[in-house]
Design a protein around this ligand. Structure first.
Ligand SMILES: [Zn+2]
Length: 198
């Protein structure tokens, strides 16, 4: 698997041509696993998205289907330094090098996949994300994972704004809905940005 770091510009050397590439957003221990070891810090594992465990099997099936066709999978991961700006607003989560930041065992990336690391909600804050998507040359990107009203929304809208065809499978995403209606609002925003929702 190829890790796409956020702190330096990388030369993305990949030549592809694919019909559809699945994108798995932030299916990491801290966001998905309710009963998670705390790694010595009380806040670790505390940003679980309700219902995230229900979409694991569906995403696993999707990954299997595309791997059979030798299509690479794109993953994104929150990948924060311990003193990330985001921790002024959110509990500490997905700290670099911790178990909580790892992609859950059920959905591990493999040899031909890409893992985009990010230190913010939006994967396009990683300066290499755009180049990677361009290089992969897919007709469309199918977005799954968490959370609908944050990282999914940002990825989908940013990708659509950059000219990519983006589909979000509502059966394979979960949102936070911190304020009731956030998920519906996010869906409306994605639609308005040209994202297809299935
Ligand atoms: Zn984060």
């Amino acid at each position: 698997m190829k890790i796409i770091t956020w702190d330096k510009k990388e030369k993305v050397e990949v030549k592809g041509k694919f019909e559809r590439i699945p994108v798995i957003i932030d299916m990491q221990n801290d966001f998905v696993k309710k009963e998670f070891p705390v790694n010595g810090h009380k806040d670790n594992g505390k940003l679980v998205v309700a219902g995230a465990e229900e979409i694991i099997q569906k995403i696993a099936n999707l990954i299997e289907q595309y791997r059979k066709q030798e299509v690479p999978i794109i993953y994104t991961t929150d990948w924060h330094p311990y003193f990330a700006d985001e921790f002024k607003v959110w509990p500490i989560h997905c700290v670099i090098g911790t178990k909580g930041a790892e992609i859950i065992d059920e959905l591990k990336p493999n040899g031909q996949d890409f893992v985009i690391q990010k230190n913010a909600n939006a994967a396009f804050t990683n300066p290499n994300t755009l180049d990677l998507l361009k290089a992969l040359n897919a007709k469309e990107f199918l977005v799954t994972g968490v959370a609908t009203d944050y990282c999914i929304k940002n990825f989908a809208i940013d990708a659509a704004k950059n000219g990519f065809k983006v589909i979000v499978n509502l059966d394979m995403v979960k949102g936070v809905d911190l304020n009731k209606g956030d998920i519906d609002k996010a869906i409306a925003e994605m639609k308005a940005a040209g994202v297809e929702l299935i």
